[in-house]
Design a protein around this ligand. Structure first.
Ligand code: SNW
Length: 288
């Protein structure tokens, strides 16, 4: 009365064989982004996580006097990469406008640069969960006569190409003449030399330029809570997304996020949804 138990193992074998075929097909081209046993997150090179970032987006991500990347996003991502056992994080400065396509094309494993999560951008890349929710801000000179975005009509307004500020300005400031720049430093030079009247950028970057140039001021802050910043990765890598999200939430829960926030954004209102759960007092701001 030996029972035929062969069917099940045989079925399993078939499943294993087809899974092996799929894996082989994925790795045969040597294309980056394919997961293997030694490289479970499909990094371009196992043991290193290549990060597309910005050299001049202080205090989010920028290079210090020695050329090393630092800032809130850099330190947070470095912590997350360590927790997720991704290996060494290597940052490279790009223009913002090319950053997401470089990630989508697997030239980099991750994009880290206060990149707001939007449905439009999700057509190109996937994102981790959000880790920052702040403002889009109008930086101008004390003598410009611009006291709010309503005064931008007829003025030359700088935006960095490819940013949410550019999209927002096209939609909401139709009477301003937009001047597009590759990065914030170029735009702020133009503002200081009088070739533009205002520049539209992230709030914390505005704060750092005002600290550097006392002739500059903040004319208006527009909430961008519906587009919290996230880490961008190529589409179709759920293992990497999950690893980043798990590590990110651990960094929030143990207070690492809060410590970095206070270090890099002193005096700024703290979005409560990223604090340890026990410290959240009010209804959190919605995040994606
Ligand atoms: O949408 C905000 C978010 O709420 C937070 O304040 C961090 O900045 C944003 O993600 C918007 N950042 C711009 C963008 O995503 C510009 C990024 C940059 O200059 N590096 O287009």
């Amino acid at each position: 009365m030996k029972r035929r138990t062969l069917l099940r193992p045989a079925g399993l074998l078939a499943a294993a064989a087809s899974a092996a075929l799929v894996l082989a097909a994925c790795s045969s081209g040597g294309a980056s982004g394919s997961a293997t046993k030694d490289n479970p997150y499909g990094l371009i090179e196992a043991g290193t996580v290549r990060v597309a970032s910005l050299g001049d987006a202080k205090p989010y991500t920028f290079t210090d006097a020695n050329g090393n990347f630092t800032g809130f996003d850099v330190e947070l991502f470095t912590d997350v990469a360590k927790r997720a056992h991704l290996g060494k994080a290597v940052f490279t400065g790009q223009d913002f406008s090319g950053l997401l396509s470089a990630v989508a094309n697997h030239q980099f494993d991750v994009g880290v640069a206060a990149i707001g999560i939007t449905d439009e951008r999700k057509k190109t890349v996937d994102f981790s969960d959000g880790y920052l929710a702040g403002y889009l801000s109008v930086l101008t000179t004390r003598s410009s006569g611009i006291d709010s975005s309503a005064d931008l009509a007829g003025k030359r307004l700088g935006v960095v190409q490819g940013t949410l500020q550019e999209t927002y300005a096209v939609k909401h400031f139709p009477k301003a003449s937009l001047v597009r720049f590759p990065d914030n430093n170029a735009a702020v030079s133009a503002l200081n030399s009088g070739s533009i009247d205002a520049h539209f950028l992230d709030y914390e970057a505005l704060k750092s330029y005002i600290a550097q140039y006392p002739d500059l001021k903040d004319a208006e802050d527009i909430p961008s809570f519906d587009a919290p910043a996230g880490f961008a990765i190529a589409k179709g890598n759920p293992a990497l997304k999950k690893a980043l999200d798990t590590a990110l939430h651990a960094a929030m829960e143990d207070g690492t996020w809060k410590t970095l926030y206070q270090k890099w954004f002193p005096g700024s209102p703290m979005p409560e949804q990223y604090l340890p759960k026990a410290e959240q007092t009010s209804t959190p701001t919605p995040s994606k």
